[in-house]
Design a protein around this ligand. Sequence first.
Ligand SMILES: NC(=O)c1ccc[n+]([C@@H]2O[C@H](COP(=O)([O-])OP(=O)(O)OC[C@H]3O[C@@H](n4cnc5c(N)ncnc54)[C@H](O)[C@@H]3O)[C@@H](O)[C@H]2O)c1
Length: 394
Amino acid sequence: MAKKVRIGIVGTGFAGRFHVESMRQVHGVDIQIAGVTSLREESRVAFGAKHGIPVFPDVRSMLGSVDAVDICSPPYAHHEAMEQAAAAGVHIICEKPLTGYFGPEGCGDEYRGDRDSKAAMLDRVVGRLRSLSEIIRRAGVSFGYAENFVYAPAIQKEREIVEKTGAQILRMTGEESHNGSGSPVYGIWRFQGGGSLMGKICHPLSAMLYLKRVEGLARGGKPIRPKTVTARTEQITRLPAYRDMGFIRTEYHDTEDHGWMHVTFEDGTVADAISGEIVLGGIYNYVEIFANNHRTRCNLSPVDILETFNPRGSQFADVYTVEKISTKEGWTSISPDENITLGYIPEMQDFLACISQGKKPQSDFELAADTISAIYAAYLSDERRGAEVAIPLA
Ligand SMILES: NC(=O)c1ccc[n+]([C@@H]2O[C@H](COP(=O)([O-])OP(=O)(O)OC[C@H]3O[C@@H](n4cnc5c(N)ncnc54)[C@H](O)[C@@H]3O)[C@@H](O)[C@H]2O)c1
């Protein structure tokens, strides 16, 4: 019989909140949110009180009271929490991006990731991915990569089309952009491991890597994996010519605010991903698939099942519309429930069901690792002003 899964949340910011909301919508799995921790006592105590969850001072002290951790801390803190969980035999759910390079140990504000060697970063990151993979494999714990794009209903419908029609995906285009993260440590390499590529492109990139994997498994029983990347990044809000009119977040310390990646796969087909912190009008998330037998546009945001005209913004003070829309006036394509359309509830459903039944989730370690290898290979390509770089698979 499937047993109860006790989960501990790590991080009480934006992601911690929607993970708890989404977990509470999971059905058919007996779960209990049995602990929460984060860096600042004041915020973890407030979060615990608000959501009725026992509070722990750190990850280690929580591990004895949970079966799984759900890591929603900034990227620099993911690796240590995963190692601690695996060592204690605790299952892992980890937010994107899986891990990265965060500068030399103990570095401070003077560190500038944008000026550091990208070849050395790629080497270190691939080494970290290999050791993490080994630690998780040896511990025998379940691993769920919280890449919500994979679970968005639009992407899952495309998965069904690819599987049932034997489609060959020839090219894809995907994007995640908006007007800037709300996290206070975003834009700082030593906390994030990079900028738009790490924070945003990872989403459509993983979705596209996932779909090629689905295609390979459906037709030949073997995933089709990424092979090379060509990339460019920019720091547009830091250009001397940039004119700040107050609608777009600025203040990035040492990271890019716009990026593009062109990925080739083992079978010679291609995917292009774009990301940016310089896009107004709410989060702009899509993946378009051009196959040999169909074409699909997966709209994750905006979606167009509800269009509302509001002549006065203040009327909607208590009405949530769309993430990062910045105004509630005029026409808005409202998302009735982003936790569904963006895939947050379905991802928790899959992870928790897999933990409880001992199965492998759709979004797993290999997908997470391929995404990170491709991103750091992209930083190296950018450093070489767009030269093609092989993606070392961990
Ligand atoms: N899937 C998505 O759509 C999505 C959206 C936003 C963020 N994220 C991801 O979620 C993670 C968190 O992002 P966020 O926007 O919630 O950040 P945030 O800054 O709002 O919150 C981070 C939380 O982690 C805590 N924290 C920091 N260092 C810690 C440590 N060493 N140990 C324990 N807790 C620590 C902080 O105290 C804070 O509570 C990131 O990996 C980010 O990429 C994913």
